[in-house]
Design a protein around this ligand. Structure first.
Ligand code: CP
Ligand code: NVA
Length: 310
């Protein structure tokens, strides 16, 4: 049985196959209208969500299945009356797939250890692989291919999306340039960078980390940013983080430092005036809503892949 905890659970070849399936699902949804017939997806979210929650539920329904959104706040788990391992053992008796959005990545690992059905990482503090599958699909659509293209991420480098982008780009043979403040709280985790560098060496791409936003953006095909206040960040840190990250805000000037036909991406939710200006996110280079839509197509492919490996 296969789970999706990190993109590195797959080989680059499998990731490419799943992306190809996602493109087929998007092009011909009717052909997959019963692909998950009678399948039940159990969804458990410890953190807020719009896209992940709605795209998984819509996605399984459009393939003939059903989703249950389990409210942690009213659960024995949330009340401290039942362990995570017992919860997952019980849920595995009723469902065919589990998607979990959790704070601690170690809780996801514990879920996987106790699950009788495939578990999908719907975001942890550490990584967000489903997002990056949708992002790669979006880049493929707008740029024609992935290999050899360059993505620049600006802002919070020590971030779940940044971590998964490092893996996804390296596995797809894309170059990734990160522009972030100096310091361990703002730079990608060293263990992730090392693993991504090994993958990129095999797949013929490069990883570059800079503390200068213009330098990082230069020559890029994609400019990508994410929230400066991820769900797990204490709101009390707002002022300090805004001043740290402001030099990495995506502005029209930054977009000009990238290639002329560069696209702008943000996994959303976004705050205009923080990680990007309104002019950029609402401008002609922005593909953020294609990116949001592609969550469903990418995740449908992920679900079919995991169901096929049971
Ligand atoms: N991008 C993303 O995961 O959005 P949600 O937090 O709304 O699910
Ligand atoms: N880094 C963000 C991603 C939101 C989809 C967070 O964890 O909140």
């Amino acid at each position: 049985m296969e789970h999706l905890s990190s993109l590195t659970d797959w080989t680059p070849e499998v990731m490419t196959e799943v992306l190809a399936l996602a493109a087929q699902l998007k092009a011909d949804p009717g052909a997959y209208a019963q692909a998950a017939s009678q399948k039940v997806l159990f969804m458990i979210f410890e953190k807020p969500s719009l896209r992940t929650r709605v795209s998984f539920e819509t996605g399984i329904v459009r393939m003939g299945g059903h989703a249950i959104n389990y409210d942690v706040t009213t659960s024995p788990l949330g009340a401290g009356k039942e362990s995570l391992s017992d919860t997952i053992k019980v849920v595995s008796r009723f469902s065919d797939l589990i998607v979990a959005r959790l704070y601690k990545h170690s809780d996801l690992t514990e879920m996987i250890a106790n699950a009788g059905v495939p578990v999908i990482n719907g975001l942890t503090d550490y990584s967000h692989p489903c997002q990056i599958m949708a992002d790669l699909l979006t880049i493929q659509e707008h740029k024609g291919s992935l290999k050899g293209k360059t993505l620049c991420f600006l802002g919070d480098g020590c971030n779940n999306v940044t971590h998964s982008l490092l893996f996804g780009c390296a596995m797809a043979g894309m170059n990734i340039r990160i522009g972030c403040p100096q310091g361990k709280d703002f730079e990608p985790l060293p263990e992730i960078v090392e693993k991504a560098k090994n993958l990129s060496a095999v797949n013929g791409s490069e990883i570059f980390i800079s503390h200068d936003a213009h330098e990082a953006a230069s020559g890029s095909d994609v400019i990508y940013t994410d929230s400066w206040m991820s769900y797990h960040i204490d709101p009390a840190e707002l002022d300090e983080r805004v001043s740290k990250f402001m030099p990495y805000q995506v502005t029209t000037d930054i977009m000009k430092a990238a290639n002329a036909d560069a696209i702008f991406m943000n996994c959303l939710p976004a705050v205009r005036g923080y990680e990007q200006t309104a002019e950029v996110i609402d401008g002609p280079q922005s593909v953020v809503f294609d990116q949001a839509e592609n969550r469903m197509h990418a995740q449908n492919a992920i679900m079919l892949r995991l169901l096929s490996q049971c």
